[in-house]
Each structure stands twice: as structure tokens, then as C-alpha cells.
Design a protein around this ligand. Sequence first.
Ligand SMILES: Cc1cc2nc3c(=O)[nH]c(=O)nc-3n(C[C@H](O)[C@H](O)[C@H](O)COP(=O)(O)OP(=O)(O)OC[C@H]3O[C@@H](n4cnc5c(N)ncnc54)[C@H](O)[C@@H]3O)c2cc1C
Length: 409
Amino acid sequence: MKKIIVIGGGASGLMAAGIAAERGLKVILIEKMNGVGKKLAITGKGRCNITNNCNLKQFIQEFGKNGRFLYQAFSRFFNKELIDFFEEKGLQTKVERGGRIFPVSDKAKDVVDLLKKWNIRNGVKIFYDAEVSEILTKESSISGIRFKDGQLLEADNIILSTGGSSYPGTGSTGDGFIMVRKLGHTINRIEPALVPFNCAGDTHLELQGLTLKNIRASIWFDGKKKFEEFGDLLFTHFGVSGPIILSLSRKINREDFSNHRIEISIDLKPALTEQTLDERLLRELNQHGKMKFKAILKFLLPRKMIPICIKNTKISSDKLCHQIDSSERKRMKNWLKDFRLNITGFRPMKEAIVTAGGVSLKEINPKTMESKKIKGLYIVGELLDLDANTGGFNLQAAFSTGWCAGKSV
Ligand SMILES: Cc1cc2nc3c(=O)[nH]c(=O)nc-3n(C[C@H](O)[C@H](O)[C@H](O)COP(=O)(O)OP(=O)(O)OC[C@H]3O[C@@H](n4cnc5c(N)ncnc54)[C@H](O)[C@@H]3O)c2cc1C
């Protein structure tokens, strides 16, 4: 009987191994950590955003220009099939904002446990604390693997599912890129994606821990607006994070930071036009004419932002509202619509949600995930040059590519 080795017990590897074993093949899953699915268990803030219920076209678009590669995999195993897969095995799912699918239990651990039990039930033999260092070939065909301690193991087929380079504490340390480069595969440049930004100065420190909900943030290069997102933003000890920052990070390259002065502009009142905001300010100032400026700010801003607003607008905090003149009101309006911070760079790769770049898709069969260079080698999951926005897209790609390889070995 054909012997299959799956290297890496994350989302894609667990799916690939379970499917191959379900077909009656002899499958060994090798995982370097002391348990499988360490990254999967922290996805979606511990709730696991399994997939998204948007249609195929939108789904593919989320991956940018490389998304086309996924047409064949998704036509075989897509979001509906994935949801059915989990529900048939007893994991109920629910839909949230933006079509995001989560387990009803809100526990990513339930997803990991289900996949692990399903693998064991199908006869997959799992080796823990076992690190693979090399894939062995004979005349451009798979022959086996070498472990870090030097031991060898023969195999007819290998499914490589070692993930990207982010969150290395979960086991994904980019080993697969090194292994396949050695076999002649092209690795397109690895970059952090879905990653927070470092900011200059100390404004973010004063705002640390504050989440701004439903704001609009735009990225500016050398004073010119480039990209824009609407949603939630979080201030941290290093700068800014949160869903819209992660999305914006996919649109910027590392070199942009050396070639441009990059700023983020936050529109704190995106639902109001400049004119309606001015009218609102006028109303507040008139209504509370005898109050101090700093006292009315609580009607307009989160508490932590009040000292920053006073500092940036240079309006005296003790000034009475009826004394505020039109130029000060204009400064206030401009600040509320365009609160700026300087961005100095990405946070490091280890803090990125996904790795952009990876194994060139030109070298992979999009139906089976088999390498076009090495017969019997299948490459799946985040190792491939595919990355999408948050929303369940990355896990679906890992599950679908793993499924295809499991069906094809
Ligand atoms: C904090 C966080 C939250 C996320 N949330 C979501 C979300 O909610 N929804 C979503 O769609 N995506 C999410 N993602 C992205 C998603 O987790 C990844 O895209 C997905 O896990 C990739 O699956 P994979 O199988 O390719 O790799 P991984 O899941 O990273 O698995 C790789 C496995 O290979 C093992 N391994 C590595 N090297 C070796 C070796 N040499 N020998 C043996 N084993 C090895 C690792 O230990 C690991 O278990 C999140 C990512 C992070 C970091």
C-alpha cells in the first residue's frame, strides 16, 4: 500500500492527512510540536473564523491577483463543503458580521479536537515532537524524509504543510520554504501580511488600549492619500492594530517605508460631512456656552483622546465654549476628520497573521497541489504564495488545498 507522509499538523495538514487516510491509504502525520493545531487553536481570537459564506467570485478576489489559482481547489471543496464537513462531525457553526463563519461554541479548540480525533479514527499515525529537516528525492521523485536527529523514513508521497513564518511559537517557523527551495522550487519574496504598524512619537502610548469603532482610516504617502478602510482600530504600546490596520497592511510593501513618508489619517466622525460636523460643533458650543472647552469634549470623544485633542488643536482647555471662535472651531473640525500619526514600519514577521509570498504557484498543479518539479510532492496551505484579508479566507485556502492533496495522493 502507498505510504504517505504529511509534514506539519496544522489546518492544511490535518485536513490532508484525514482525507488521505479516509481513502484507505497508510498515512503518517509528523508534527514538530507536542500537539497538533497550535496556530489553529489561537485563530479568530481563540474562536476560529473557519471560513466565510461569500460567493466564489468575492472569495477569490480576497486573495488578489494570485486568487485565480484557487478556482480549481474551491470548485472541488469550498465553504459549503467545509461547513458540511464540520457539521456532519458534530461541530455546529454560525454566521457573523461580514459572512464570517465560527463554531457555535466560540472555541477554536473544538475545531482542533475534532480534526485530531477524525484523523486518529481514520487510522492516521501521528508523531509528535518530530521535526523534519529534509525531503529526500530520487530522480526527481519523492523517496522519503530526514528528521532533524538524522533518522530517515521512506515515503511514496509527501504532503508538505509546514505553514508560513509568522507566530513561530506555534511551530510555523518557515521550515518548508527552506526544504522546497533546496529541491529547486522558487520562493516568492516572504513578507509579513495582516500585521500591525509601529508609529512614531508617543501619542499611541497615551491612547494604548483604546479601540475606536466604526472610524475611517486612510494611508498617505508623502502627503497623498493612497488607501482607505472603514471599521475598528486599536491603539497599542507600539502603534496601531485592529481589523482595519491589518487590512491596510496588505496594501503596503516593506520598501514603501524607506521610499515614502507614511502617515495614517483617522476620520473620527466618518458619518458626518465637514459641513454637518461643523453644524454639530456649533450646536454643542452654543448649547454649553458656559462650560469649559475640555468639559464638552466628553460629548464628542472617548476620554483618552481628550488631552490629545486639546494638545493638537491648541485650544485652551479652560476656555468657555461661547468664547471659541470660528477659526478654533475649524481647527477642531479638521482634527476630528483628520487625526494623523506617522507610521514607521511593520511589526515583525512573528506578529503577522499570515505570510505573504511563498512557493511560486506556477510550479504547482492547481487541481492536485502536486509539485511540477518533484513527482509525489504536494505543497499546501500557507506555504503557497497566497494570502487574503481577515474573514476566514486564509483557513478556507488551507483546508481546500489540504483536501485536494489528500484526495490526489
Ligand atoms: C493569531 C492568528 C489568528 C488567525 N486567525 C485566523 C482566522 O480566524 N481565520 C483564518 O482564516 N485564518 C486565521 N489565521 C491564519 C491561519 O491560521 C493560517 O493561514 C493557517 O493556520 C495556515 O495553515 P497551515 O496548515 O498552512 O499552517 P499552520 O496552521 O501554521 O500549521 C503548520 C504546522 O506545521 C508544523 N511544522 C512546521 N515545521 C515543521 C517541521 N519541520 N516538521 C514537522 N512539523 C512542522 C507546525 O508546528 C504547525 O503545526 C490566523 C493566524 C494567526 C497567527
